[in-house]
Unconditional design. Structure first.
Length: 147
């Protein structure tokens, strides 16, 4: 399985976010703008982090926000948000976060496969820094391999 297309509407560069909840809501809004998820999905992602802690901070500077498949998911997809100023999620080692990926999947099977594909991108340890520094949607597409 390869990553789903990354619509331009699903990329937000230099977002302002006061805290991790705001950062996740920006990512959820990007999913909604791209037709990947309904607006309520952002709240689902926030609720998952509130319930389970900052497990979504998967590498220094990188959060992979997501929620369970459900009626808020329209189709499999991804959003990429870079933050103007990093925010803390409360992770003991990987804070602060400067890049938030939001993943929406329609089925549990797709979830595992898509996370594995994302892991391949971030095997390159410079990918997070490159994303955080990206100034254009095209740069984000190149880094994510979505050209």
């Amino acid at each position: 399985m390869s990553l789903p297309p990354l619509p331009d509407d699903a990329v937000v560069i230099g977002a302002e976010a006061a805290d991790w909840r705001a950062a996740v809501r920006v990512a959820g809004a990007a999913l909604a703008a791209a037709g990947i998820a309904r607006p309520g999905y952002a709240g689902e992602m926030v609720r998952m982090i509130e319930e389970h802690g900052p497990y979504v901070v998967i590498a220094p500077g990188l959060a992979l926000a997501h929620a369970r498949p459900g009626p808020e998911v329209v189709k499999d997809g991804l959003a990429v948000v870079t933050l103007a100023a990093p925010v803390d999620f409360g992770h003991p080692y990987n804070d602060p976060v400067s890049v938030v990926l939001a993943l929406a999947v329609a089925s549990g099977d797709a979830h595992i496969a898509l996370v594995a594909e994302l892991a391949n991108i971030f095997n390159d340890s410079s990918a997070i820094e490159q994303l955080a520094a990206a100034k254009t949607v095209e740069e984000v597409h190149r880094i994510m391999g979505a050209e």
